[in-house]
Ligand binder design. Structure first.
Ligand SMILES: [Zn+2]
Length: 455
């Protein structure tokens, strides 16, 4: 059997995965809060842990892996979205959940085994909170229930912080009902116009962290193999999950291996609304970037490193995938390359696996290329429709632009050159003009229909 090694955030080293039960390898990944379209950064953990899911299924058998990813469908952001849009919370969460599933399917992610919605597990959350109070790890005050961080000596161990560091570094909400400013909310009261459930502490709703602890316990038990998520969740969310789960169920150790993916940048800069480089998976798909291209670009960087999304990478990925698809078209998948499998088993070295795919393509081994692609969620028939649309032939436009430039050199009137260039740019074509000639590259968002009217 292939030995899988994964970097464990908790121990800060690579560890051999030794499943608690090889007949049921269990993984939990924190899912989205459903109030809006997923931005492309949200797709990174989905794609990373989808590759791990595929690898585990390959090694242990598809029937022997349980992957749980939740939907957070009760949250203040959802309440705010409902209030500002005048729509019901149920409508917003149902629509956004559907969008999420569609967008993640478009980037080739398999559906997890279980996709629990938080609101379906409120009794289990209440039960876990009651256990924490009984054991002296939580207290009720003014309709709230808070977890007492001082009651858990290992608090902060995952991210390697002391409670003092955390108080200094975090935006801690000071509240009169808190014994310690670091204590976090397990339950809070709900106003009559907000979602709420009856509880021993009055009508209210759960804090965010308790959801994952209650759902993972219900679906995976007190101890399971892998817990994943973006590294922005390490503190406080994952620290709080550990505190809740280990204190409520000390008979299990909660997650054995913790994995965190690094964040995503766009053209070398942090993604932010103010920089105008903030976009959703759907934005890219609507611009005509195939989901498979998005996936390929993501997997070309190791999950533990920051991933830079660039148009150049998307263009190169598209060219590579077109070549590989031509090579594997109509070919039955053979066996995946052992070298690619070894790369993936070494802490998900997806870049190494892609390098091996380049080698297979160079050697003309379509059968192995296709099987290896399947391990990475690439080159599947379902994802291939985009590649059957032939690449736009821009040579006629390049010739026209070159001729217009030559005429302009003589006449000194560059208006026609400018007009052609502007029309090409507007259609999403990158124009490169040099002494050597004119080169046109269809960029992200290229739309051939926009060129048809070019006279
Ligand atoms: Zn979580």
């Amino acid at each position: 059997m292939v030995e899988i090694k994964l970097h464990n955030t908790k121990s800060r080293r690579k560890e051999i995965l030794a499943p608690i039960d090889p007949k049921n390898v269990r993984m939990y990944v924190c899912g989205p809060t459903v109030y809006d379209r997923a931005h492309i950064g949200n797709a990174r953990p989905v794609i990373v842990f989808d590759v791990l899911f595929r690898l585990l299924r390959h090694v242990y058998g598809p029937e022997h892996v349980t992957y749980v990813r939740n939907f957070t469908d009760v949250d203040d952001k959802i309440n705010a979205r409902a209030a500002e849009s005048g729509r019901s919370i149920g409508e917003i969460t149902a629509e956004t959940t559907q969008w999420y599933l569609e967008d993640m399917a478009a980037v080739g992610a398999l559906e997890p085994t279980e996709m629990p919605r938080a609101t379906a597990y409120i009794p289990q959350m209440i039960a876990m909170i009651e256990t924490l109070i009984e054991k002296g790890h939580a207290y009720a005050a003014e309709g709230h229930v808070l977890f007492s961080v001082e009651s858990y000596a290992a608090y902060g161990r995952l991210s390697g912080r002391s409670v003092d560091d955390m108080i200094a570094g975090a935006r801690v909400e000071v509240a009169p009902y808190k014994r310690n400013p670091m204590d976090f909310v397990l339950w809070k009261p709900s106003a009559p116009d907000l979602p709420g459930w009856e509880s021993p502490w009055g009508r209210g709703r759960p804090g965010w962290h308790i959801e994952c602890s209650a759902m993972s316990y219900e679906l995976l038990g007190a101890e399971f193999d892998i817990h994943g998520g973006g590294n922005d969740l390490m503190f406080p969310h994952h620290e709080n999950e550990i505190a809740q789960s280990c204190c409520a169920h000390p008979e299990g150790g909660f997650a054995r291996i913790w994995m965190h993916n690094e964040m995503l940048q766009v053209e070398g800069r942090k993604m932010s609304k103010s920089l105008g480089n903030f976009f959703t998976v759907r934005d890219l798909l609507d611009q005509g970037v195939p989901g498979e291209v998005i996936r390929f670009v993501f997997l070309s960087t190791h999950y533990g490193k920051p991933m830079d999304w660039t148009e150049k990478k998307a263009r190169e990925a598209e060219a590579t995938l077109r070549k590989w698809r031509a090579l594997t078209d109509g070919i039955a998948a053979g066996s995946p390359s052992p070298a690619a499998l070894a790369a993936l088993a070494d802490d998900l070295n997806t870049a190494g696996a892609i390098a091996e795919m380049h080698r297979l393509a160079g050697a003309g081994d379509g059968a192995a290329l296709k099987a290896t692609g399947a391990l990475l969620g690439l080159l599947s028939d379902e994802m291939g429709a985009w590649a059957s649309v032939p690449e736009a032939d821009l040579s006629a436009y390049a010739d026209r632009l070159a001729a217009a430039r030559e005429a302009a050199m003589a006449s000194k009137d560059f208006s026609e050159v400018d007009r052609l260039k502007a029309a090409l740019l507007a259609a999403g074509v990158e124009v490169r003009m040099s002494k050597a000639g004119v080169e046109l590259l269809p960029g992200v968002g290229f739309d051939v229909a926009k060129l048809e009217g070019l006279e």
